[in-house]
Design a protein around this ligand. Structure first.
Ligand SMILES: Cc1ncc(COP(=O)(O)O)c(C=O)c1O
Length: 281
């Protein structure tokens, strides 16, 4: 990217995107995922995405499965994004760190597999989510040799190398049998259902995630509208901590009534949280 180039990213977005785009001298152009209560998910408006592309757009930054909404882009949505990228000759970075955390009928399809995408896509994943190695900060990038070289050139002057010894452990983890990934998914599905049911019983509107280990909720059914105030009070009211989704938005008002919970916890902790939330509300 050159200074002033535009990067289109969904909003709400994983917070480090803003910093990464700023450090590259780019301009962030958010496209808002909107709550669809009937479908029970946050949805991408493809027309809005198309309209966001200008002559300065260099990069699409796509995150699926999506943090914090739990949305997994469908095959049709991905095909439309791929068509747009080819038509406007855009590079694409896809953040697929939750690739193994998909539930129900959702499927994760790497964007790089669509026609015309292999040569323009940088696919990123991480050991942090799939192997519960949060904080190890060891991930991997898949792309054409030219794009991998570009990534390495930047990485060279950022952190140079991530946690050398951990990389051997991650290489071992990557050769685990398929059953590991199936068991991991099954375990997290039980946890999703446990926390989602607890939140629903407590009165939240729950957007049951198709992927990730986060649940975005709407607090308006509880008579609340300000996610920041709600999250500040939640530890004292219920002994539970949540994140106000507004922190993941440029247009903070769009995220005001939404609050994110995480279910990557022991079952006993989730049961206790559900009990305390029910009691508090
Ligand atoms: C969407 C998304 N991308 C990337 C990361 C970073 O993953 P790691 O800490 O394993 O580098 C996270 C972690 O929260 C995330 O939610």
């Amino acid at each position: 990217m050159e200074p002033g180039d535009e990067v289109i990213a969904f909003e709400p977005y994983y917070d480090s995107y803003a910093a990464c785009i700023a450090m590259a001298g780019g301009r962030r152009v958010p496209v808002t995922l909107r709550a669809d209560v009937e479908e029970g998910r946050f949805r991408l408006d493809l027309d809005e995405l198309r309209d966001a592309v200008t002559d300065r757009t260099r990069l699409l930054l796509i995150n699926t499965p999506h943090n914090p909404t739990g949305t997994v882009l469908t095959r049709a949505e991905l095909a439309a994004i791929a068509e747009l990228a080819v038509e406007r000759d855009l590079l694409v970075v896809t953040d697929e760190v939750y690739e193994h955390l998909v539930f129900d009928d959702a499927e994760h399809v790497p964007l790089a597999t669509f026609p015309g995408m292999r040569e323009r896509t940088v696919t990123i994943s991480s050991s942090g989510k799939t192997f519960s190695f949060t904080g190890w900060k060891v991930g991997w990038v898949t792309a054409s040799p030219e794009l991998v070289t570009a990534v390495r050139s930047a990485k060279q002057y950022l952190t140079y190398v991530s946690a050398g010894p951990f990389q051997y452990a991650v290489a071992e983890a990557l050769s685990l049998p398929e059953s590991y990934f199936a068991d991991f998914r099954a375990d997290m599905l039980v946890k999703r259902n446990l926390l989602a049911a607890g939140l629903e019983e407590a009165g939240f509107r729950v957007f049951r995630p198709s992927g990730t280990y986060f649940i975005t909720t709407d607090i308006r059914p509880l008579g609340e509208t300000d996610g920041f105030a709600f999250c500040r009070g939640l530890p004292e009211r219920a002994g539970v901590v949540a994140i106000p989704n507004a922190v993941f938005y440029d247009h903070r008002e769009e995220g005001a009534p939404f609050v994110r919970f995480a279910f990557c916890k022991r079952t006993g902790v989730l049961e206790e949280a559900a009990k305390q939330l029910r009691a508090a509300f």
